[in-house]
Every structure is written in C-alpha cells, then in structure tokens.
Design a protein around this ligand. Sequence first.
Ligand code: SF4
Ligand code: SF4
Length: 214
Amino acid sequence: MSDGWAEVTLFQKLLREELAKKRPSYPQEIDKPWLSRLLDIYQLLDAWVEVETHLKGIKNKIACFKGCGSCCRLLPVPINHLEYLGLSWYVTEMLVCEDRYAVKSRLQNLSEDSPCPFLIDNACLVYPLRPLACRQFFILNNPCLEGQNPWFKRREDIYCALNQEISWLIATRYFPVYGLKGEAEQRKAFNEGFLTAQDKPLTAYRWSAVSEKI
Ligand code: SF4
Ligand code: SF4
C-alpha cells in the first residue's frame, strides 16, 4: 500500500499481513469497478479493527455478537452514495428467497425514522456490504440493553476504530470517486470534512426504486 509510512512498525506489518488475505469477492466486480473499490475499503477498515483490537488486547472484550442488533434499531446509520450503491446491488442481486421479500417489504414501508431495514429477525441481511458506520464501533465488556444508547450511558465501553490515520487511508480510496486525485487537493478536502459532508442517514436515500427491482 502507498501509505507514506517510512518505518514499518508492528502495527503496519500486521495490517499488511491482514490485507494480504483474500477478501470476499463477487463475479459482478468485473462489470462494477466501484464495487471492488467499496469492498477494498471495507477490507481495509476490517483489517485495521482486527489488528488494533488485537494489539490493544481488547479483541476478547468485544461484546457485539451475531443476533444482537438493538444498535441497528436506534438511529439510521450515515452512508455515502457508494455505500448506497453497494447495498442496492446486494439486496437486488444477492439476496434469495424469503430474505428478498422481507427486505422488499421493509423498503416499501420505509420512513426516515424507521430502524435499519436490513435488520430482519435480529440478523443483518446485508452483512458483507454493511456500511463503514457498522464496522467501526464496538461495545466492550457487556452487550447493550435493548434501547440503550451507549454513547450516553456507557461511553467508556465504546471502541471506535476511526482515528486520523485510518480515516485518511479510507479517504484516499474514496477521493478518486469524487474526481479528487492529487494529494494536495485530497488533503484539503480531508481537512475540510468533505467526505463526512457526503453522508446522509441510510433511511434518507431513495429505496422505493430499489424495492421495485427486488
Ligand atoms: S453495539 Fe450494542 S447492540 Fe450493537 S451489536 Fe454491539 S452490543 Fe449489540
Ligand atoms: S446495515 Fe446491518 S449492521 Fe448496519 S445498521 Fe443495518 S442491520 Fe445493523
């Protein structure tokens, strides 16, 4: 990776090893280069979380588990347009049988205050394409109680992966999508919060057109 690190630390070594592992891939990536970009970005954040939680000794303290989804009902997560494309692709082309109909029904009845439409029976039906916001926060020690917002009640138990370094690495992979290619203009956009400004709540996107294709 061209990350500008002059000296390879243990963190960087482990991160490179993690990134060298094969990520999930799909035949549709041949026609959809944006999908490869998105999956690479998700792999980068997942690898970062894996290495950081390992080195900080908190990996075993992560309380989030499959089937625990009260956070998905609290507030709609913020996503950008590329993530919207990824989720739209996944629900129209990858979901099968009853999962398709469950998501279709949720999308048809979606309002901006709805819980995440992809949480069905406490399972995330878009797990491989879940957005960055769903990959960067974890709760340590004990799972949240239903309806509990840990940001207000248990802030000390929140692990958030995003710091300046990983945010910059992710941003450099998003910027070309917006036509920002040179390092100087990317740095400027990064410092001005360009990418955060692109985010909208997941439920604010146009899902009715997607539901018609399911
Ligand atoms: S953040 Fe809380 S509610 Fe969400 S998966 Fe983790 S423990 Fe469960
Ligand atoms: S996309 Fe999945 S993990 Fe993210 S809020 Fe929705 S159900 Fe939860």
